[in-house]
Design a binder for this molecule. Structure first.
Ligand code: PDD
Length: 289
């Protein structure tokens, strides 16, 4: 039993008047998982990959999702239909272990799940000109392949980037570069792409797996081997990838230009291939002319 009068800010209110569900394991423990799926012109991009990863994350944290993969595909399709989504957007979906009185041990309740769709234009200016990044120690746990709600280290790193006038924080464990606060990271050296291997220390990005396919189609070598902060600083090109940022050039790190300080040729080839792969009707290259 818990007593119904609870504190909301500095007032006592009845439990049912609270604006947010306080007995929710996502809020109390970060006990949940999520996905962000890109939508272009009203259609999902890399949907199978995201749904597969959601189920992999669920299995890793022993969370029973309240639907099968087939049912989720249907639900997500309907989400776009009922909202009559025709343009570029993102779908955020989240599952937590449910609502129950706080106890570390799993409660015997159903998972909570929601998904919403939000308009999201392509970040054309950033894709065209590139962005600045900073480096930050990677202080996250050892299971970063799980897309879990525990994002405080990522949030703090991203905020630090923002406060220093940058778009992203490139994370490193000791000398090894892992990924960014909300994206994967790559360097190009002598025409070859290098990126951290798919270990537990990075999120296995859906765009990352697509970048591998696109690079191979373009005959560009992609080496999945850890690289160092030093390699990052000596790189010919640096770029990041994610469902919201696509393939985005990084042209400045800690206030120093990456090479010439302009997006490089390998990054641009991948950006073009990405646009084709996603069937985009808008192009960053049209804007450049
Ligand atoms: N972030 N690494 C981290 C830590 C991420 O949070 C993300 C995605 C990625 C790229 O994954 P994908 O290519 O599947 O989007 C890598 C999403 C966009 C977010 O948290 O908003």
């Amino acid at each position: 039993m818990i007593y119904s009068q609870v504190l909301s800010q500095t007032n006592f209110v009845n439990e049912d008047e609270l604006m947010y569900p306080f007995q929710e394991r996502g809020l109390q423990f970060g006990d949940g998982i999520y996905e962000v799926i890109r939508v272009y012109q009203g259609k999902y991009y890399l949907m199978n990959e995201h749904v597969d990863r959601l189920f992999r994350s669920a299995e890793a944290v022993k969370l029973t999702l309240p639907f099968t993969k087939e049912k989720l595909f249907q639900l997500l399709d309907n989400l776009l239909k009922v909202n009559q989504v025709k343009g570029d957007a993102k779908v955020y979906l989240q599952a937590t272990r449910g609502s129950a009185l706080r106890d570390h041990v799993f409660p015997d309740v159903e998972a909570n799940f929601y998904a919403y769709v939000q308009e999201l234009p392509r970040p054309i200016e950033k894709l065209t000109n590139g962005v600045a990044a900073i480096t930050q120690p990677d202080v996250r746990w050892q299971n970063c392949y799980i897309k879990s709600l525990n994002l405080l280290p990522n949030v703090l790193a991203k905020q630090e980037a923002k406060e220093r006038g940058a778009f992203e924080a490139i994370l490193h464990r000791d000398e090894t570069v892992t990924e960014c606060s909300s994206s994967n990271v790559y360097i190009v050296k002598d025409g070859k792409i290098h990126t951290h291997p798919e270990t537990n220390n990075i999120l296995h990005g859906c765009v990352r797996s697509r970048v591998k396919v696109l690079a191979r189609q373009l005959d560009i070598s992609i080496i999945e081997k850890a690289f160092s902060i030093d390699d990052l600083q000596q790189a010919d090109e640096v770029f990041l990838s994610s469902s919201t940022a696509e393939v985005m050039p990084i042209v400045e790190i800690n206030g120093n230009k990456v090479h010439s300080g302009e997006p490089g040729p390998v990054t641009k080839k991948l950006q073009k291939a990405y646009e084709e792969d996603a069937g985009l009707t808008t192009s960053i290259f049209a804007q450049v002319r």
